[in-house]
Ligand binder design. Structure first.
Ligand SMILES: [Zn+2]
Length: 283
C-alpha cells in the first residue's frame, strides 16, 4: 500500500478547507436544522393526508379529518395575529401536523418527559395533539382559548426573529405572553397552589430550564416577559429578540435595550417577582 505524504502546504490547505466548511455549517445551522427536521417529517408522516391552506400544509390521519378545517382556520388566524404582535413578516408556509394521540405526538420528537404536551414547536414546524383527545365538544372558541396553536406559533416567531439564538425560558415566556394577550389563556399560578417560596435565578433558568419544577419555571418565564413589557414597554421585548437575531447574547441584548446591567436587571426583576408571588399567595 502506498503511503500518503502530507507536506505542510497540503495539511494547512486541508485544515483551512475544514475550517471554512465548519464556519458555513455553524452560520447556517438554523437553516440546516430546519431542513433536517422537514426531511424527518416527510419520512415519518409519509402516510398522513395533506390539506393545504393559504399558508399551512396540515398533515393528519383520516380519523382527524373532521377537525382539519377548524385547525387550519385557527392556524391562519394565529399566523396573522401573532406575527402582527412581533411586527415581523411570518414565514410564507408552515407545516402543521395533527397527531391522533399523546403517545404518537411524544414519539414524533422522541420525548417521553412531556407526554402531556398538547403542542410542540420544533425546527420550523408545529405538531399538535388532535382536538379529539381533549376537546369535549367541537367548539372553535374553546380550541382557540385552550388549544396550543397561538402558543406554538409564537415559538415559531421567536425562532424566526432570533434566528435560533434564544434560551428555553425566553421562548416559553414570550409564547405564554402572546397567548395570554391573544386568547386570554394563562396557567394557574403555582404560588396560589402551594404557597412555598421557590424562585429560580436567571442562571438556573438559562442553564437547567427542563430540570426545574415545571410550573414554577413556566410561571416565572411569563412573569419576566410581563415585567419587561410593563416596566419598559412591550417594544423592549421585541427589541431584545431582534438583538438576539443580530447575534447578541441575552445579557448583552438586555443591557443594550433596557439600558442597565444584567445584574441590576435581575435585582430589580426579583423585587417584582417576590411581590407577584406574595400577592398570588394571598389570593
Ligand atoms: Zn411552549
Amino acid at each position: 500500500m502506498s503511503s500518503i505524504r502530507f507536506d505542510g502546504g497540503k495539511v494547512s490547505l486541508l485544515l483551512i478547507t475544514v475550517f471554512i466548511i465548519m464556519v458555513i455549517i455553524i452560520k447556517n445551522s438554523h437553516t440546516l436544522q430546519r431542513f433536517l427536521v422537514s426531511q424527518e417529517i416527510r419520512f415519518s408522516t409519509a402516510q398522513y393526508e395533506i390539506a393545504s391552506t393559504a399558508h399551512f400544509d396540515v398533515k393528519y390521519l383520516p380519523i382527524d379529518e373532521a377537525y382539519v378545517p377548524m385547525v387550519a382556520a385557527v392556524a391562519e388566524d394565529a399566523r396573522q395575529s401573532v406575527s402582527e404582535m412581533f411586527g415581523k413578516q411570518p414565514p410564507e408556509r408552515t407545516t402543521l401536523i395533527i397527531y391522533p394521540d399523546s403517545a404518537s405526538l411524544a414519539r414524533s420528537f422522541g420525548w417521553n418527559k412531556n407526554a402531556r404536551a398538547m403542542g410542540v414547536y420544533w425546527g420550523g414546524s408545529i405538531r399538535i395533539l388532535s382536538p379529539a383527545e381533549w376537546l369535549k365538544e367541537p367548539s372553535q372558541e374553546v380550541f382557540v382559548r385552550q388549544g396550543p396553536v397561538y402558543h406554538e406559533y409564537a415559538h415559531l416567531m421567536v425562532d424566526e426573529v432570533t434566528r435560533g439564538n434564544y434560551s428555553r425560558w425566553l421562548t416559553e415566556g414570550v409564547a405564554q405572553y402572546v397567548e395570554k394577550r391573544l386568547t386570554g389563556f394563562e396557567f394557574a399560578s403555582p404560588a396560589a397552589r402551594d404557597g412555598e417560596f421557590t424562585l429560580y435565578s436567571l442562571r438556573q433558568m438559562d442553564k437547567d430550564f427542563d430540570a426545574l419544577e415545571e410550573s414554577v419555571a413556566y410561571w416565572q418565564s411569563l412573569k419576566i416577559v410581563e415585567y419587561i413589557a410593563g416596566r419598559y414597554g412591550e417594544g423592549a421585548v421585541w427589541q431584545i429578540l431582534r438583538d438576539l437575531g443580530d447575534g447578541y447574547q441575552l445579557d448583552g441584548a438586555v443591557e443594550k435595550t433596557l439600558g442597565l446591567s444584567y445584574e441590576r436587571f435581575e435585582e430589580e426583576l426579583f423585587v417584582f417577582l417576590e411581590k407577584e408571588w406574595t400577592r398570588r399567595c394571598k389570593i
